[in-house]
Write a protein that binds this ligand. Structure first.
Ligand SMILES: NC(=O)c1ccc[n+]([C@@H]2O[C@H](COP(=O)([O-])OP(=O)(O)OC[C@H]3O[C@@H](n4cnc5c(N)ncnc54)[C@H](OP(=O)(O)O)[C@@H]3O)[C@@H](O)[C@H]2O)c1
Length: 228
């Protein structure tokens, strides 16, 4: 099995993605930015074979290159780095907030693709998985910056697919609705959490997109909505 770089694997969805990949025996490299989060992942996955961690600020080209360099026999990149913001309507939203959402959701994925794709081309192919979100297709009020950024992620992954599908690099996106994370539970405590999607379930979908089992699938935006 070739190596998988999971960018943002120290986050809430990251735990599910790391678990699914490690259970199947993939060698996984994941990036970290905050020491506390690195320590938490090291202790959560203590004893698991095949996990290594690399410090990398993925907003910077050098960080993306370092993360790619640290992944032996790179076969796939899974980019989980991104973020959410909501509240104001479009006419109340600062352009700076819109640009912050675009940068956080797009820049790491773009830099990682630029760094990783030459190595995948040399190896004869690979897989790239990005994270868009359901509101990219079904917006809700008060999230113009987020919706625009996640729509751009979907377009970016489709553009990568157009550029590299013929050379054997498969590029797909997942579209979560609401993930069952501690942060989401804290933010909205009075809703039915069973309608949200556990990170482990999404992790297995990501693993499928990384694996040869999904060989004919490229340029897809895959809903992972659970029961919502
Ligand atoms: N949570 C949801 O309900 C939901 C719904 C739809 C889509 N999504 C998308 O799913 C993805 C993962 O979400 P999540 O809830 O797991 O988010 P999260 O818990 O906030 O995790 C984000 C991850 O990105 C990393 N990160 C942030 N800035 C970075 C940088 N400059 N360089 C390197 N790493 C950086 C964080 O590292 P540290 O831990 O070291 O800070 C963390 O590992 C995101 O793209 C998000 O937009 C989430």
């Amino acid at each position: 099995m070739r190596g998988v770089l999971v960018a943002g694997g120290t986050g809430a969805l990251g735990a599910g993605v790391l678990r699914a990949l490690l259970e199947a025996g993939y060698p996984v490299t994941t990036s970290w930015l905050v020491e506390k989060e690195r320590d938490r992942v090291e202790s959560e996955f203590a004893g698991a074979d095949g996990l290594s961690l690399v410090e990398a600020d993925l907003m910077e080209p050098a960080g993306a290159e370092a993360a790619v360099e640290a992944t032996p026999d790179l076969g796939a990149v899974v980019n989980l780095v991104g973020g959410f913001a909501a509240g104001p309507l479009a006419h109340e939203t600062d352009i700076e907030e819109c640009e912050r959402m675009l940068r956080l959701n797009l820049r790491p994925g773009f830099l990682l693709a630029r760094a990783a794709i030459p190595r995948m081309l040399e190896a004869g192919g690979g897989a790239y998985v990005g994270v868009s979100a359901r509101p990219a297709l079904q917006p809700f009020p008060g999230a113009v910056a987020y919706v625009t950024a996640k729509g751009a992620v979907l377009a970016f992954v489709n553009a990568l697919d157009a550029d590299y599908r013929a050379q054997g690099i498969r590029c797909n996106a997942i579209l979560p609705s609401v993930i069952d994370t501690p942060a989401n539970r804290a933010a909205t405590p009075n809703v039915d959490f069973s309608k949200w999607v556990p990170p482990d379930e999404i992790g297995r979908v990501v693993r499928f997109l990384v694996s040869d089992e999904s060989a004919p699938t490229s340029g897809a935006g895959i809903p992972v909505y659970g029961r919502a």
